[in-house]
Design a protein around this ligand. Structure first.
Ligand code: BDR
Ligand code: CA
Length: 312
């Protein structure tokens, strides 16, 4: 089984992924760490606590993290995509539990130090908590087993600007540090998440099997699907964040490439991820010596979507 920390900004597709993280028998969820992004960080923490409780997993620590980007001003949360409450503005049960007293970066540092070489860090929001953890303790690059990040886009183009994906755009300075920190890292970006569609039929199956948690997943799904229909003309929604877990548990459904990655931190391309495959013979640039990482470029989208629905 994979011990993981799941860093998240729930968020409707985050909620789906959190449900997988809480329940999948091959995952040992050591904690949820929260960040602003789809919602403000207090709402993210509230939703993480709520989802854990609804899954009967109030034992999972939830540590609150970044309220704003590392350097730049915060973009307003995308209420038209995830709702003001992050879960499609459906009515939500009351939360009983409380967040861990530690900050998210401290929780990450403590957990990686407690089990060196064992823990995978999965991040599916803006990556400020990972950047802050690196600042607190740079040795975590050697202690983490691997880092899986939902974010970025290599050939697909962006989803918030023509070139930038939301998680990168929401904190490009943090992303630039985290993606070049020299730890074993895989980027699961729009190149693969846009090939996956969670349909209404999938969701009907999910809701039936999940009790109170299923109600929240199905209710919020409707709001998210309306966004996809209206803006992208898709019948269904992209389960971006669950794809990071699919990559971890079913890597054979993906193809990856190795190379050097950089993130544009200013100008028109702010938040764009730029990838140079290794041995491609590009001229030396400022960043072509950045550490090698893996990026997902191909996926069996139908198999991954089915896997997500089956898992949930
Ligand atoms: C990412 O942005 C957020 O809105 C989603 O939760 C996902 O993490 C997709 O670009
Ligand atoms: Ca997210």
């Amino acid at each position: 089984s994979h011990p993981i920390i799941f860093d998240t900004d729930p968020g409707i597709d985050d909620a789906q992924a959190i449900a997988i993280a809480l329940r999948h028998p091959e995952l040992e969820l050591l904690g949820l760490t929260t960040t602003y992004g789809n919602v403000d960080v207090e709402t993210a923490t509230h939703n993480a606590l709520l989802l854990s409780e609804l899954a009967g997993r109030a034992d999972v620590p939830v540590a609150q993290g970044a309220a704003a980007p590392l350097v730049k001003a915060r973009h307003p949360p995308p209420a038209h995509i995830h709702g003001i409450n992050g879960l499609g503005d459906i009515e939500l049960p009351t939360v009983k539990g409380k967040a861990d007293p530690r900050s998210a970066p401290q929780f990450i540092v403590d957990t990686l130090n407690a089990r060196p070489g064992e823990v995978t860090l999965v991040a599916v929001g803006p990556v400020g908590n990972l950047a802050a953890a690196l600042q607190l303790d740079p040795t975590i690059t050697r202690k983490v087993k691997q880092v899986v990040i939902m974010g970025g886009s290599i050939r697909e183009g962006g989803n918030v600007t023509p070139v930038a994906e939301a998680n990168m755009f929401n904190d490009p300075d943090a992303a630039a540090r985290v993606l070049t920190a020299g730890w074993p890292l895989t980027l699961v970006g729009l190149d693969v998440t846009h090939r996956c569609v969670l349909t209404g039929a999938h969701m009907a199956r999910i809701a039936a099997g999940q009790g109170a948690l299923g109600k929240v997943l199905a209710g919020s799904y409707g709001f998210y699907r309306d966004f996809y229909r209206q803006f992208l003309g898709i019948d269904g929604c992209c389960p971006h964040d669950s794809c990071a877990l699919a990559w971890l548990l079913r890597p054979e459904l993906f193809t990856t490439d190795r190379g050097h990655l950089s993130v544009a931190t200013s100008g028109d391309a702010e938040g764009q991820t730029i990838f140079a495959p290794e041995d491609r013979g590009f001229i030396e640039t400022r960043w072509s010596r950045n550490p090698l990482v893996e990026v997902c470029l191909g996926v069996d989208g139908e198999a991954v979507s089915d896997w997500i629905a089956d898992t949930l």
